[in-house]
Design a protein around this ligand. Structure first.
Ligand code: DC
Length: 231
């Protein structure tokens, strides 16, 4: 009997604008691996709370909504899907309304416990079905999958992150567009960093700084860390 190789998990954390999502998806596609965007889960929960008129200042109500969240998340890195109660919310969860509200949901401790539990289950399932899983977020290297064979913190300077997000959201990176993005990026990272550590690498986590790298360079840098761990 031939033994199957152990499922391989690649954990990638980083702040907004580090290039985490697009780089993680491309790395997963290159490896033929499945993909999990844990930020999409917090976003989907925020959408669900709004949709079901949950008061976002009521932590107990948010926790109850989390436990009941009817979430289906796809693992194809080239076509990630997110459905809540049968509704396709992939586009809606990227709206600036949801981006502005998501930290108030993601910083509730009981919400994190439940979504982290679901994330571990999803990562195990995806990795065993597809041989490997690239999971990205803010606490994957430290809390959700601290034993993953590859753990990477993708960082970039504040200037590079603001420029990228501004291009993504406003289609421009002039001073006005960067100012309009500043609150969303920096406030959210500040709020999120009260509950997870994603600005400093934990022990054993490899830092990949993408400030001076273009997209292909960022993918190549992550692939070289993956290759060195696979050997
Ligand atoms: O990466 P993103 O912008 O889609 O993440 C959305 C929000 O979810 C962001 O405010 C941080 C939070 N998040 C988190 O707290 N833990 C994760 N593992 C992933 C995202």
């Amino acid at each position: 009997m031939t033994s199957q190789p152990a499922p391989f998990v690649i954990a990638i954390d980083g702040p907004s604008g580090s290039g985490k999502s697009s780089v993680s998806r491309t790395v997963a596609a290159n490896l033929g691996a499945g993909y999990l965007d844990t930020g999409a889960m917090y976003r989907a929960l925020t959408w669900w709370c709004r949709h079901s008129q949950v008061d976002l200042s009521d932590q107990q109500a948010i926790t109850a909504a989390t436990l009941a969240l009817p979430l289906e998340i796809g693992d194809d890195p080239l076509a990630p899907t997110v459905r809540v109660d049968g509704t396709d919310v992939a586009a809606a969860i990227r709206s600036s309304e949801i981006s502005g509200l998501v930290s108030s949901v993601a910083t509730v401790p009981a919400v994190r416990t439940e979504l982290q539990r679901r994330q571990r289950e999803l990562i195990d399932d995806i990795a065993s079905r597809r041989g490997a899983c690239v999971a990205e977020g803010r606490d994957i290297t430290t809390v959700v999958a601290p034993d993953a064979p590859v753990r990477i913190l993708l960082t970039a300077s504040e200037e590079a992150r603001l420029r990228r997000r501004s291009l993504e959201v406003h289609g421009a990176s002039d001073d006005a567009a960067i100012e309009a993005t500043r609150d969303q990026v920096l406030r959210r990272d500040r709020d999120d960093s009260t509950v997870s550590q994603f600005t400093v690498a934990a022990d054993g986590v490899v830092v990949v700084d993408t400030s001076d790298l273009d997209f292909d360079g960022s993918v190549a840098a992550v692939m070289s860390v993956v290759d060195s761990r696979r050997r």
